[in-house]
Design a protein around this ligand. Sequence first.
Ligand SMILES: [Zn+2]
Length: 62
Amino acid sequence: MTKIQSQQYQPVDKLIKQLSRLAGQKFILSCGHHVTFNQYLANDIVIYNDKDLRVVCLDCGS
Ligand SMILES: [Zn+2]
């Protein structure tokens, strides 16, 4: 990876800040299970990062 290429990547803190905007929101995942963001004991999720994003719970993603 060149220096210019590496400069295109943002630190994970910025991604976490983006995801934190979802706090308290409830979603039905691609696998049909449910998630509420930033809730105690909420489902963990797996994001399949392909051309089309797919989000499943940890049980269905492992
Ligand atoms: Zn699931």
